[in-house]
Design a protein around this ligand. Sequence first.
Ligand SMILES: Nc1ncnc2c1ncn2[C@@H]1O[C@H](COP(=O)(O)OP(=O)(O)OP(=O)(O)O)[C@@H](O)[C@H]1O
Length: 293
Amino acid sequence: MTQDQASGLRMMNQPNNEKVKVIAVSGGKGGVGKTSVSINTAVALAEKGKRVLILDADLGLANVDVMLGIRAEKNLSHVLSGESELDDVIVRGPKGIGIIPATSGSQTMVELTPAQHVGLIRAFSEMRTQFDVLIVDTAAGISDMVLSFSRASQDVLIVVCDEPTSITDAYALIKILSREHGVFRFKIVANMVRSLREGMELFAKLSKVTDRFLDVALELVATVPYDDNVRKSVRKQKLVVEAFPKSPSTIAYHSLANKIISWPVPEQPGGHLEFFIERLVQRPDHHEGNVSE
Ligand SMILES: Nc1ncnc2c1ncn2[C@@H]1O[C@H](COP(=O)(O)OP(=O)(O)OP(=O)(O)O)[C@@H](O)[C@H]1O
C-alpha cells in the first residue's frame, strides 16, 4: 500500500479526532518482563481512568491472554488473514482493558508477509474502538515487526534486567532503531532489581555504551523491584496490580502509569491513530525521528 492509499483509508474511516498515545514495549531479549510491564501498567492506567488497548504483537508466543486466563476465540491471525476486523477480536481484561490477542503458539508468524503488513495497517485505519493509550507488547529480538512497531510508536520503552545478555540485546535493538529507523529517544525500564541503586547502575551500564557509540537519548522512567508477588499472581491468573495493590512492583507500575499520563501526545492533524498508521507504512529511509520530541 502506498502512503496515498493509506491516507485515503484514514480519511474514510477515522471516526473522530481523539488523540491516542502509542507506546511500544520492547526488550531485545525475551524473559526480561516485557509482558508483565505492559499489562500491569495498562491496568494501572485503566485504574486512573484511561481507556487502554494492548496489542500483543509477540506473534511467536501468545502471552497476554494466557497470563490473564482469557480464552480468546479470535486473534491477530484472523485480522491478518482478512477474516475479522480488529474490533471483533478485542477481548476485555481486568479494569476493562482491551486486548488484541497474538496468534497462538502453534502458528509461527514472527515475520509478516508484505500482504499481512498491508492488512494490519488497513485494520488499524478501520478500527472503531475508542481508546486513549495503545500499548504494543512487541516480540523479543529485532524482527521487522518489532522494528516497525517501535518506529511507529511515540514512545519506545525498553525493558532491561540485570543479566549480561539483557544489556547487550537492548543495545543491539537501540543501535538498529537509531541507525536505520530514526528512533533516537528511548525510555528505559529497569526490571526485577533488588534496589533502586541496582536499577540506576543497570541504566548507567546501558547509557555508558550508548553514549560512547550512538547518538541517542536514554531516560530511566521506571525501576521495578524484583517481587515474588508477580509470579504468585500469575499462578492465580491475576495481575500483581490487582492481587497485591501494595506490593513494591505495583507501586512502581502505578508510578510508571502516572509518568505515561504526563507524557505529551504530539499534535497531529487528524489525530487518532493517523501518525501511527503513517509511520507503519513508512519505509525506514523516510524517517524523521520519534514524534515525542
Ligand atoms: N518485577 C518482577 N519480579 C519478579 N518476577 C518478575 C518481575 N517481572 C517479571 N517477572 C517474571 O519474569 C518472567 C518473565 O516475565 P514476562 O513473561 O513478563 O517477560 P517477557 O519479557 O514478556 O518474556 P517473553 O519475551 O518470553 O514473552 C515471568 O515469570 C514473570 O512472572
